[in-house]
Design a protein around this ligand. Structure first.
Ligand code: GTP
Ligand code: SPV
Ligand code: MN
Length: 611
């Protein structure tokens, strides 16, 4: 260990406790050098150049995409690894049945083992960052140590990173430590060296969280939520614990601002599971006249009651780490145009003229591409050119839809909360919850067909309560109880809760609803409900629109299709309600009585519907 020359060129601003922690991690992981990130353009450009030289990055054609780079991951490291994600609370009950629990003491021993020497031959980067606007009351600070320059340049886009964050850390002393290693040391214990890879990672992966001591340790993956520790690990798993303790909410939600034809402004959040349409909805271009949507955030919302008693939300992130496939001028022109410059692409395809491509981007498929694995690809190839979970990393303010107050540290007041998922059957296009408790029940029972955003079987239906199944840092049922508590605090100032489903399918397997910009139509109905302008029909799932109250003008939708979008099958609902009782039962005493009461009411509505 002493043979390693570790230079601690810590900046003058770095507080002693931070320097001591960095030294400790360096003693364990044995990097060649330590670099404290200042967040400057010079630093970014140097890392870009180094990654081009090392083969991690391909520079895209500067005439087509200036400032843009492509990275290809290892084929084994393409998404979040939920089976390797752990909540290490003292008691298993505090992680709950939906999380992988590990004893903190045992996990610390395991981590000591895997992190020992894990950075040897590499540079260790120290990234001070802020989640939320710098210095904002709702914002929080953190420091990520990583041996991945790819992580550094992505964190630079996704968070407020560098010297200003470090100064706040020194001032406040309040920061969350997060350690990340790709787990591919270049020198082993007996001094044998090996060459680096374009995308180093380990087969052995640990994404671990210590909610009581508020620490994050992530080993073995360089991809997205596994490695950009400000995002899912901090802003959701650790922050959900902070939020429970402090009376606020950390949610897997987009935030948008919507202005009606009369100039009235509303704000809406929506929790949809991974790859179920948050980025798309956050950048919605309404197809109905007079409405305008602006983006506040596309993935995470931190919300708390404000001085006037309403619920206020901030976007803790500074960028979008969005799903590339099917982003097109038709589906999401705002996102596509934001990717014109200064964007990092991961696992998309490369065109012969140095541009990027993915399935669904254009009507015409290029005759030749280099696919995400680096191999030649033609339209006849059996596998997709871009990985289904390929992503772009781009600053939020590159989206033309960005709201002028998206960085307001006080947040924006929320009028409406949407819950949704991918459901081929059962769930109607939109329905309004009867009250807050019913809304929490709806959120708690959301099921969705799985996507490529995490390992697992794509298409398999699973419960994903509040779209937080992989992201809640404590017992899910306690989280539901916390939502019920927050509802009591908000009282009649609480946002109205709706459930939506853009993904219902016809008998031939095609989507019944055109989606994307047309989603403005059910949202318009929701806002008219908020204004008390329109009545609704009591139904099994909640209150649904009368067909004549839903603006369907100009849509090529038959009466039969509309009926199918709002059809209720008693048997299917009965079956789902029966499974819900079993689902709640796994949480034992933790499952709130209010949710069982809501389940009784659901059974009663199903019975009434039969009669
Ligand atoms: P994460 O970043 O993983 O949390 O995902 P997200 O919820 O932001 O998902 P995103 O908006 O990137 O959408 C993922 C996929 O859903 C893309 O392939 C979209 O084209 C598709 N999608 C989004 N909105 C709609 C819609 O209204 N209808 C249909 N049919 N597909 C949609
Ligand atoms: C998700 O999976 O919900 C994402 C992408 O937003 S990742 O950051 O990789 O978790
Ligand atoms: Mn997400």
């Amino acid at each position: 260990m002493t043979t390693h020359l570790i230079t601690f060129n810590a900046p003058a601003e770095a507080p002693a406790d931070l320097v001591a922690w960095v030294e400790k991690v360096a003693e364990l992981t044995l990097p060649d050098q330590v670099h404290w990130c200042d967040g400057s353009l010079e630093e970014r450009d140097r890392l870009y150049a180094e990654m081009v030289a090392s083969g991690t990055f391909t520079k895209l054609n500067p005439e087509k995409r200036p400032g843009c780079y492509l990275a290809r991951s290892a084929p084994s490291d393409v998404a979040r690894v939920e089976s390797r994600t752990f909540i290490c609370s003292e008691h298993p009950d505090d992680a709950g049945p939906t999380n992988n629990w590990a004893s903190p003491a045992e996990m610390r021993e395991t981590l000591k083992g895997v992190f020992a020497g894990s950075m040897s031959g590499r540079t260790m980067f120290v990234i001070p960052f802020s989640m939320g606007p710098l210095g904002g009351d709702i914002s929080r600070l953190g420091v990520e140590i990583t041996d991945s320059p790819y992580v550094v340049v992505n964190m630079r886009i996704m968070t407020r990173m560098g010297t200003p964050a470090l100064k706040l850390i020194a001032e406040t002393g309040d920061w969350v430590p997060a350690v990340h290693s790709v787990g591919y040391p270049l020198v082993d214990a007996d001094g044998t060296t090996r060459d680096d890879l374009a995308w180093p990672c380990s087969d052995d992966k640990y994404i671990t969280h210590f909610p009581e001591t508020r620490e994050i340790w992530s080993y073995g993956s360089g991809y997205g939520g596994n490695a950009l520790l400000g995002k899912k690990c901090y802003a959701l798993r650790i922050a959900s614990v902070l939020a429970r303790d402090e009376g606020w909410l950390a949610e897997h939600m987009l935030v948008l601002k919507i202005t009606g034809p009369d100039g009235r402004v509303y704000h809406l959040t929506a929790a949809f599971p991974s790859a179920c349409g948050k980025t798309n909805l956050a950048m919605l271009r309404p197809t109905i006249p007079g409405w305008r949507v602006e983006t506040v955030g596309d993935d995470i919302a931190w919300m708390r009651p404000g001085p006037d008693g309403r619920l206020y939300a901030i976007n803790p992130e500074a960028g979008f780490f969005g799903v590339a496939p099917f982003t097109s001028l038709k589906t999401n022109p705002t996102a596509l145009l934001a990717l014109d410059h200064d964007t990092i692409f991961t696992n998309v395809a490369l065109t012969d003229d140095g541009d990027v491509w993915w399935e669904g981007m254009t009507d015409e498929t290029p005759a030749h591409l280099i696919d995400w694995t680096g191999k030649d690809w033609t339209p006849g190839s059996p596998t997709p050119a871009a990985h289904p979970n390929s992503r772009f990393t781009v600053r939020a303010d590159q989206a033309s839809s960005i709201a002028d107050d998206w960085e307001n540290p006080a947040g924006v007041p929320i009028d409406v909360i949407l819950f949704g998922g991918r459901r081929a059957t059962n769930i109607p296009l939109i329905s309004e919850s009867y009250d807050w408790e019913h809304g929490v029940f709806v959120g708690a029972t959301v099921a969705s067909e799985q996507t490529a955003a995490a390992e697992g079987t794509v298409g398999a239906l699973r419960r994903d309560p509040f779209a937080m199944l992989p992201f809640c840092g404590y017992n899910m049922a306690d989280y539901w109880a916390h939502w019920l508590e927050v509802g009591k605090t908000l009282g009649d100032k609480a946002p109205r809760i709706f459930q939506v489903n853009w993904f219902r399918k016809d008998t031939d397997g095609s989507y019944l609803w055109p989606g994307f910009g047309e989603n403005s139509r059910p949202i318009e109905w929701a806002l008219r409900r908020v204004n008390g302008e329109v009545a609704a029909i009591d139904a099994i799932s909640g209150r649904i629109p009368a067909v004549e109250d839903l603006n369907l003008e100009g849509l090529d939708l038959s009466a039969d299709q509309v009926a199918k979008l709002f059809a209720f099958d008693n048997d299917a609902w009965s079956a789902e309600a029966d499974v819900t009782a079993e689902y709640f039962a796994q949480f034992g005493e933790h499952a709130p009585a209010e949710l069982y009461a809501e389940l009784d009411k659901l059974h009663a509505r199903i019975e009434a519907h039969k009669g």
